[in-house]
Design a protein around this ligand. Structure first.
Ligand code: RB5
Length: 150
């Protein structure tokens, strides 16, 4: 199950992403926003991050104007590895190397045609399971453990 969240800056692109996921036959849960009216991106970053923390969803896609604010907010949550990607190479690499569980994009940065290729790369690329990448991800998890549960 893919968790979706966006603010007003990502609303338009998210409509294209949802249409694309429907065409792919992917299941998703939409955490909003549900209109182009101005709102605050941390609300949606938190909802999507929590749904992954609880296991309700296993991947997420977050979109704000730049993708920056919403990825920063998502990455405040333990176990969340949100990757801001505007190209296919980065989307593949972050799955292979970082086992990223959220793709963040900027609706004011990337066009729909390209963004959907980035979505495909993110959803279709497996983690490499390579020992050196597992060790580095464990290092991130250790940073979370050192600062206490969030
Ligand atoms: C909203 O205007 C904009 O600041 C937001 O979508 C995002 O780009 C923040 O990082």
């Amino acid at each position: 199950m893919i968790a979706l969240g966006c603010d007003h800056g990502g609303y338009e692109l998210m409509q294209e992403v949802k249409k694309h996921l429907n065409e792919r036959g992917d299941e998703y849960k939409d955490f909003g926003t549900d209109s182009p009216a101005s709102t605050d991106y941390p609300i949606y970053a938190k909802a999507v991050a929590k749904s992954i923390q609880t296991g309700e969803c296993d991947r997420g896609i977050l979109i704000c104007g730049t993708g920056i604010g919403i990825s920063i907010a998502a990455n405040k949550h333990d176990g969340i590895r949100a990757a801001l990607c505007h190209d296919v190479f980065s989307a593949e690499a972050t799955r292979q190397h970082n086992d990223a569980n959220i793709l963040a994009m900027g609706g004011r940065v990337i066009g729909g045609g390209h963004a959907l290729r980035v979505v495909d790369a993110f959803l279709d690329t497996p983690f490499s399971n390579d020992e050196r990448h597992k060790r580095r991800i464990a290092g991130i998890t250790q940073i979370e453990a050192d600062r206490g549960q969030k």
